[in-house]
Design a binder for this molecule. Structure first.
Ligand code: ZN
Ligand code: ZN
Length: 436
């Protein structure tokens, strides 16, 4: 791109629609959430995995399912050579399973637990807390069918929200059955819905023959009225699924996690089986999920791997941060151009340009020992440098003038008391270490 031309045309570069910059002044809630996530994941034995942001398109079509909103209209798909089609990942479960199979990790150890934190991409209509490049942190526990594992993952998510002090969330759970019982239930609701086809929204009428479960998820009032009269899926679960669902509910009660059994909860991805759950936040309006997950016992086998169960979730980081802001101050946080990071401990004031080299040497000496220090890079006068130090609120100011330099000394001003002491340059490090 020709920069000159852009200057002439007067075009001002902006972040693409549906993306957001996180400026240093807005970083605190992100940091809080990410740190809480890492601490909780690692406490529970999950290890970090990082997969590429793009994958072979077929991976997502196969795993998420062709008749889903994501695959039908939300993926960023393009080719990077004549015979390839790649897609920016719209979610991270399929990539993690792809890595699990590619490295045959099930042969090393069948049961493994992973976590990830990173950007995902979906071409959706942007709105508050819902972006086209958004961030998720999530876990996948692979290689076990124990219902307690489903409860472990819900517990991990709940404790992350506890760690960040988020109040006002709800845990909603449901079971959507397995390959045995789900087709039976699918046919029953399909028959009922076909009779009431005209009462559904246009989109759901088309869904009726492609992916009937998506209708249960529709936010349209007309559709809600119809779907709320449908029999609950629980009535049609097979014996195995019923026992699994009961064990999950019992264990949630056992560890004191309140939940809402929501018979209409389905997830927009095809790979889920048995347990599905969502954690929602009351402050977020219609699209209120801050975490979504469930069990996916067929995905690995569908991808050509062994038949083993797995369960996981993803926390939507933008949605969670929006909920945190809503709880904190009831309105969207403005963009903070000021940075609220802690001030350095030491500021070094240089009396002239020549002496600055020595100041720079001292700066690096302090930093190497883990003492946070800074100096002026903008050519300020000594007086102006002192003003900066005052404004920053540093604890100590080091002043280096011709006298101090000649004698191998440095002047230390203790800002709290205003006291000034002369310290030998080769002793300065020890002087600070003793102050700690
Ligand atoms: Zn079943
Ligand atoms: Zn609808």
């Amino acid at each position: 791109m020709n920069v000159e031309t852009d200057k002439k045309s007067g075009y001002v570069f902006k972040a693409p629609r549906g993306t957001e910059d996180v400026l240093p002044g807005n970083w605190d809630l992100w940091k809080k959430l990410e740190e809480a996530g890492r601490q909780e994941f690692e406490l529970c034995g999950y290890y970090e995995i990082r997969t590429p942001v793009f994958e072979d398109t077929r991976l997502f079509v196969r795993s998420i399912g062709e008749a889903t909103d994501i695959v039908e209209k939300e993926m960023y798909t393009f080719s990077d050579s004549e015979d390839s089609s790649i897609t920016l990942r719209p979610e991270n479960t399929a990539p993690v399973m792809r890595a699990y199979l590619e490295y045959e990790l099930h042969k090393t150890k069948k049961f493994q637990k992973y976590y990830y934190i990173g950007p995902q991409f979906r071409k959706e209509r942007p709105q508050a807390g819902r972006l086209r490049q958004f961030h998720q942190m999530g876990i996948e526990a692979v290689g076990a069918n124990d219902p307690l594992l489903d409860v472990e993952t819900i517990g991990v998510a709940v404790r992350i929200f506890e760690r960040i002090g988020l109040k006002g969330y709800n845990v909603k759970i449901n079971s959507i059955g397995c390959n045995e019982c789900r087709p039976v239930f699918r046919n029953i609701i399909k028959d009922i819905l076909c009779e009431r086809e005209t009462a559904l929204c246009e989109l759901c009428q088309s869904r009726l023959h492609r992916n009937v479960f998506r209708i249960l998820d529709c936010k349209n009032e007309k559709c809600k009225e119809v779907t709320h009269q449908l029999p609950p899926v629980n009535d049609y679960l097979c014996e195995e699924c019923r026992i699994h669902a009961n064990s999950v509910r019992e264990a949630l009660v056992g560890i004191g996690i309140p939940y809402i059994a929501d018979a209409h909860l389905v997830r927009g991805l095809d790979y889920y089986t048995k347990t599905v759950f969502e954690i929602t936040h009351s402050s977020l309006g219609a699209r209120d999920a801050i975490c979504a997950g469930g069990r996916y016992d067929n995905l690995i086998a569908d991808m050509g791997g062994p038949s083993i169960g797995a369960v996981g979730f993803a926390i939507g980081m933008e949605a969670t941060i929006l909920a945190m802001q809503n709880v904190l101050n009831k309105k969207k946080q403005p963009v903070h151009l000021e940075i609220n990071e802690p001030a350095p401990t030491v500021y070094i004031v240089s009396i002239d340009k020549e002496i600055k080299k020595h100041c720079f040497y001292l700066l690096n000496l302090l930093r190497k020992s883990g003492i946070s220090a800074d100096l002026d890079y903008e050519g300020r006068s000594p007086k102006a440098q002192m003003r900066v130090a005052n404004k920053l609120g540093v604890k100590y100011v080091l002043v280096l003038g011709p006298d101090e330099l000649e004698r191998g000394n440095v002047k230390v001003k203790i800002m709290e008391t205003g006291e000034e002491v002369i310290v030998r340059q080769d002793e300065i490090l020890n002087w600070f270490l003793q102050k700690r």
